[in-house]
Write a protein that binds this ligand. Sequence first.
Ligand code: AFP
Length: 341
Amino acid sequence: MDHAADAHRTDLMTITRFVLNEQSKYPESRGDFTILLSHIVLGCKFVCSAVNKAGLAKLIGLAGETNIQGEEQKKLDVLSNDVFVNALISSGRTSVLVSEEDEEATFVEPSHRGKYCVVFDPLDGSSNIDCGVSIGTIFGIYTLDHTDEPTTEDVLKPGNEMVAAGYCMYGSSCMLVLSTGTGVHGFTLDPSLGEFILTHPDIKIPKKGNIYSVNEGNAQNWDGPTTKYVEKCKFPKDGSPAKSLRYVGSMVADVHRTLLYGGIFLYPADKKSPTGKLRVLYEVFPMSFLMEQAGGQAFTGQKRALDLVPEKIHERSPIFLGSYDDVEEIKALYAEDEKKN
Ligand code: AFP
């Protein structure tokens, strides 16, 4: 009998047990983060179940509303947003919530307030829902550092001040990837137990990868460094093999693959969208936080992504993130370009 394998099967490291273990390293901790996380986990399980049942439950299709970015909202977006807002408020551990789906930040009633602010995209990649492609929830967590009335300033902070970030991918399996600032850990939902189990401890992104991931349909509008970089991926002049292109169009899926296999994910600025498409607070920051914690890098075309200081809650930024060496290459091209201009 393989006792080690048996112990692995019977001594399960659930996400709650994992976070409690982490918490025990900080004697002053009162368990607030564990409680907050358990509410986020509940939201993820609910959305996972709704995504799995979407076809059956007729949740696919438009809800008849448009969100603040002018995009059509799907029924699942509306449902996921409601689920997360309710779960976060009822945790009693949050004061400010910023959701991709809500124009304004939500300020929690004083009776339910707690010391965290959560920024999130409840269902990212929703244009992929109808064809059953992986979609996900992305979140980032800040600490409220005062006891005055909370304001949006409490979340308009650089990503390097986040205390935790993660995403849940609703794909062929449901996987929650989390960092509390001490590495990146992946938990897979065991549907029979209804528990996220640690399956990918201490994820490290390969130092260099052989995949690039970008919407090449926008190529005619790219700037010089992005154009040169993608050209290098396809026609390398140093004798290295050309990179493969993989692009799902769902950030969680594209970043998840990048994290596990290495390579680079790009959503650059272009002439039509000079600040890029992806949102700083709940797309760029959480994914950049995870990339850095896994040993990769995240760059905006100008600076380290986590050093950005957003001025608006729905601000956008170009983003290049992934394997350390691959991001170094794009940084060098932008530095060269800056010297010339
Ligand atoms: P949707 O939520 O509208 O599907 O957008 C998804 C997303 O915000 C992000 O998940 C993708 O990486 C990116 O947009 C894809 O954008 P393009 O469709 O322009 O490639």
